[in-house]
Design a protein around this ligand. Structure first.
Ligand code: AMP
Length: 212
């Protein structure tokens, strides 16, 4: 089934997406990863996006929608997980048009839900592999060797926007711009809520049940 996976920053979208790719062979498209790659390459789009991302603000819809469509239109036709896109109602509407043009459809919009108090804790502990983007957490999912990726031996780093000073802006952007997606997908009968608390594989089992 094709899904949109959404929820507040730090809820575990990246971690669960990686499992869906590994266990169910789905295609994962993360606009956050795409934007970070564009920043790393210093492409014109990356340079435009960087200032918003560093502050914890959303990158403007026009930039993100264009980037998403370009990548999505070239992606494999396997079942997809969209992670971090859409993040606004206008992106959700644009997504409908893109899916229609590509003759694909969305099965469910899965909202991963956790207690708000846990998010800051999760975000400040997150570490990412500079090479393969694998996600770790110094408390919940540490790498076997400190600072080194289990998958590829790459060096782990802390995202600049996972620093405490930026997290509040990200949570505010989520509340104001992304949380209305819940009502949007509810209204079109696509919303499913999955509890994002507990052990990583416990959450994955809940998720598997709804995406099959
Ligand atoms: P993420 O890795 O999903 O947490 O995204 C990191 C940052 O990239 C966000 O805080 C935004 O600045 C930007 N970003 C990612 N996806 C989107 C999107 N769909 N719309 C706007 N900004 C986005």
């Amino acid at each position: 089934m094709n899904i949109v996976l959404f929820g507040p920053p730090g809820v575990g979208k990246g971690t669960q997406s990686a499992l869906l790719v590994e266990k169910l062979g789905m295609v994962h498209i993360s606009t956050g990863d795409l934007l970070r790659e564009a920043v790393k390459r210093q492409s014109p789009l990356g340079l435009q996006a960087k200032s918003y991302m560093d502050k914890g603000e959303l990158v403007p819809d026009t930039i993100v929608i264009g980037l998403f469509e370009e990548v999505f239109s070239k992606s494999d036709k396997k079942d997809f997980i969209l992670d971090g896109f859409p993040r606004t109602v206008s992106q959700a509407k644009a997504l409908e048009g893109i899916l229609e043009r590509m003759r694909r459809n969305l099965g469910k919009a899965v909202f991963l839900e956790v207690d708000y108090g846990q998010l800051v804790y999760r975000l400040t502990g997150r570490r990412i592999c500079r090479n393969c983007n694998s996600v770790y957490n110094i408390t919940f999912k540490p790498s076997r060797k400190d600072g080194i990726c289990d998958q590829c031996g790459g060096v782990l780093y802390q995202r600049k926007d996972d620093e405490e000073s930026v997290i509040n802006t990200r949570l505010k952007a989520y509340e104001e711009e992304t949380s209305p997606l819940k009502a949007y997908y509810q209204a079109i009968g696509k919303l499913t809520i999955v509890k994002g608390e507990g052990e990583i594989y416990e959450i994955f089992d809940r998720l598997k049940e709804v995406v099959h």
